[in-house]
Unconditional design. Sequence first.
Length: 77
Amino acid sequence: MAWTRGAVARRFGNPDDQLGSVNDPRTFEEFEVRWNEKWIYRDPHGAGYDRVVLWRRYDLIGVWRVSADGAWEPEEL
């Protein structure tokens, strides 16, 4: 399955917060990947972690779980 923006939104819902945008030319680097848009889901379902989805333009870079202590763990889709 191709993980389009719509497919990710259907899977996880609308993000609680967003940094950057698909048309933002600035890029950032986290987790050794470059991205220009970050979707943030604050503690989905009281799970004890935040979920972060990173995009580079229309391409999904990956999904991570961010624990309260700041540790990042890749999440399988």
